[in-house]
Structures are given as C-alpha cells and as structure tokens.
Design a protein around this ligand. Structure first.
Ligand code: FAD
Length: 384
C-alpha cells in the first residue's frame, strides 16, 4: 500500500465490505480513491448466504441457486410452501468476490489489499486506519471488522453448527430447502434444523438455536450431537461424509446502537444489520450499502440512511422476550405464521416491508397472552 490517503477505506471484504465496494463503483464514486482491506488470515463468518428475495439486485450475477418453494416441519405437520413472487437464493462468498472484482476493475483508483486492521480512529476532519502498523488517512471509513456488541447488551444469541455433507444415497429434495424442521429434541430450547440442498446427495444441514440472554450457549459438541441425531432420526442418513463444518454464535440485538456519526460508520453485522428475530442479514446489508453509496453521491456524507422503524424493532424484541420465557413459542409462532398466511406476506413481514394492516393480520396468528405480556414489560421498561 503506497498511498497514504483515500476518499474511503472499507475495513473488511466480507459481505458488507464487498457489497459496499460494488455500490460505490456503480453509484457515482467510480473515479474516487477507495481502499478495501481484508486480512486473509481472519476467519470469515460465512462461506455462503441464503436469503429470500422478490426483486433484482446489483449482485444477482453472484446468485448460484434459486428455489421457488421451501419446506416446513413444525407442530407435527409438514408442508411445502410455494414462495409466490419471492424466491430463496444462495450467494457463495467466492462468487460474490468474483462479481465485485469485475465491477471494481473498471474503477481506476479502487485498491483491494491484504492487511490486518489494527485500529480505526475518528479524527474529526478525517479518520485514520492502522493497517499492519501503517497509518492510512481517509475521509470516510466503513468498518465491518471490529468486535460487535458485547454479550451483556444483546437480547439473545443465535447459536448454530452446520455440516456440508454428502450422503451415500439420495436424501434431499434438490428443489426444496427446509426453512425449519423442529423434529429435533427441543430440551427446553428454541431449536430447529435448516437444510439447504445442492442436489439429492449433497446439502448444508444446520442446527440452529435461539439462546436467551441469561442462558449458557450450548457447546459446539452438543450442537454436533443434535445434528448427528437429526441426520439419523429425521433423514435416515446413516452414512455421510462431512465436507466442511460451520459454527457460530451470532449476537442478536433488537435495537442496535449508534453506528457512528463522525467519519467512521459501522457496516454489516457490526452495524447491527443482522435481523434480531431471524439471524438473516444478506438483503438488509445490500439495501444498507446501496443507501450509503447514494447518500455519499448526493450529500457528500453517508448518513442519509432509512431509519429503522421502531415498531419492527419492538416486534423483534417482543419475540425474543417471549422465547426467553417460553422457547416452545418459536415452533408455534412459525407454524401458525405459515399456516395462516401466504408465504409472501410472512416473508415481506420478516423483511420489514409490510404495512400496519398486514402486520395486524400476521400478529393475529400468534397466541395473544405471551406476546401481550412481553409487550407490556417492554413498554414499562421504555417508560423508566
Ligand atoms: C456462519 C454464518 C452464516 C451465516 N449465514 C447467513 C445466511 O445464510 N444468510 C444471511 O442473510 N445471513 C447469514 N449470516 C449473517 C450475516 O449475513 C453474515 O454474518 C455476514 O457475513 C455479515 O457480513 P459482514 O460484512 O458484517 O461480515 P463478514 O462477511 O464476516 O466480513 C468481515 C470481513 O472482515 C475480515 N476481517 C475480520 N477482522 C479483520 C481485521 N482485523 N482486519 C482485516 N480484515 C478483517 C474478515 O476476513 C471478513 O472477510 C451468517 C452469519 C454467520 C456467522
């Protein structure tokens, strides 16, 4: 790295860093100087991102797979749910990088570098990023690398462990991901299994558990045991080869704090873009990066971003509080949401794109008592 000053430094070339680079390249920053720095030795959080989607996006060329339906096993019933205008899609990290590299290649002053970000300082008129002991100045820094919220101020955590497996015989429906399968022992937890098939023999199978704030996160070994048991009992898959394992504990916050207002803006998971009630972040990160790039081009600063709606944050918080008291409500909630509503309405709701009328219809699917109690407790806390 020779230059010591950039219009922007993007710290981290994961989902948010790459998406922001692509948006800057196509939204008026084509000739500006942008450094995207990533430490190749750092462990990236995900190797692929699945999400539902109902429209075109800048990075669609990175989508490797689209599904028109999903399967749900909950409350003793199994159903295949057509997604209507939505599809469920998969973007692999390697494909995302390839597509973004293609976009930024045409930008003469974009630099992608390998380096470890050691510090980020907000210095009033400019910011400073320390990369491998070298200090780089930048008008704006977009930070996806520093530690997220500490465990004391999260509403819950999402703990998951997944195997990318190949089975000896056909086990999976290649056209139908399993969004959630509650046929796994709940043992007082809100736990389900998720299956993303590549073909009939090959899939990512993941056990996912909402862990309330005051509860100990189950060990990775316990999550693996649950996964092994599920593969045998629910899928009758006795022999399989594990090609890769992924495991993580995601902090969930219904009201993410400030993302910055000086010269440094937190992006991606660090910026609170992972939705607290689902653990999905792909689409929110895409929209956020687009809004940042448009704000920079229009106003010269990145802060003209859509404000998160309070009612959506409150609904997330209420769901997590309900699970805190009674984890079994998760299965009931998902089961009723999808049995009483078209999938499009549910997905739009989880995407925070619904209006109040639709939200009231959806909320009517839930058993009222636990939600009213959690709502009242939150409301009282807000008054204090
Ligand atoms: C295992 C896992 C699976 C997930 N799957 C999904 C999914 O399927 N769908 C979905 O919508 N959401 C998913 N999420 C949630 C969320 O979308 C992802 O965490 C997403 O990758 C967040 O993007 P990010 O840019 O904040 O972080 P990342 O994509 O992790 O990017 C951060 C980057 O910073 C780099 N880095 C870290 N420290 C340094 C340093 N000090 N210096 C330089 N570089 C550094 C890393 O190498 C990495 O490339 C998943 C999360 C996890 C943990």
């Amino acid at each position: 790295m020779n230059a010591s000053a950039f219009d922007a430094v993007i710290a981290g070339a994961g989902l948010s860093g790459l998406s922001l680079a692509a948006q800057l390249a196509t939204n008026g920053w084509h000739n500006r100087s942008v450094l995207v720095v990533d430490d190749a030795a750092a462990t990236p959080s995900a190797t692929l991102w699945a999400s539902w989607c109902d429209g075109p996006g800048l990075l669609d060329a990175a989508v490797s797979r689209r599904y028109r339906q999903v399967q749900i096993h909950a409350a003793g019933t199994s159903r295949v749910v057509p997604l209507g205008r939505y599809h469920y899609q998969v973007v692999r990290r390697s494909d995302l990088r390839h597509v973004v590299m293609g976009l930024v290649r045409t930008c003469p002053r974009f630099v992608l570098a390998d380096g470890h970000v050691e510090d980020i300082r907000d210095g009033g008129g400019a910011a400073e990023v320390v990369i491998d002991r070298q200090t780089i100045r930048a008008a704006w820094v977009f930070d996806s690398v520093r530690a997220g919220p500490s465990s004391v101020d999260v509403d819950a955590r999402l703990a998951f462990t997944g195997y990318d497996i190949r089975c000896g015989h056909p086990v999976f429906d290649a056209d139908t991901p399993v969004l959630f399968d509650f046929r796994t022992p709940q043992t007082g937890a809100a736990r389900f299994v998720y299956v993303l098939p590549q073909d009939s023999h090959h899939a990512l199978v993941e056990v996912t558990q909402f862990v309330p704030r005051h509860t100990v996160v189950p060990t990775e070994a316990a999550r693996r045991d649950a996964l092994d048991a599920y593969l045998g009992a629910a899928l009758h898959c006795q022999t399989y080869e594990i090609l890769r394992t992924e495991s993580a504990v995601l902090p969930l916050r219904a009201h993410p704090g400030r993302r910055g207002n000086g010269r440094v803006l937190a992006i991606g998971a660090r910026g609170g873009l992972v939705k607290a009630s689902t653990g999905y972040g792909y689409l929110r990160i895409q929209r956020d990066c687009e809004a940042i790039a448009i704000s920079l081009a229009r106003h010269g600063h990145p802060f003209d971003l859509p404000r998160p709606r309070l009612r959506h944050q409150l609904l997330d918080a209420v769901l997590l509080d309900v699970l805190d008291r009674d984890p079994a409500q998760l299965e009931l909630a998902f089961s009723r949401l999808f049995s009483a509503n078209p999938a499009e309405r549910v997905l739009r709701f989880l995407d925070e794109g619904t209006g109040v009328a639709d939200e009231l219809r959806l909320i009517r699917s839930f058993p009222p008592l636990p939600y009213l109690r959690a709502f009242a407790t939150r409301a009282v806390h807000r008054q204090r």
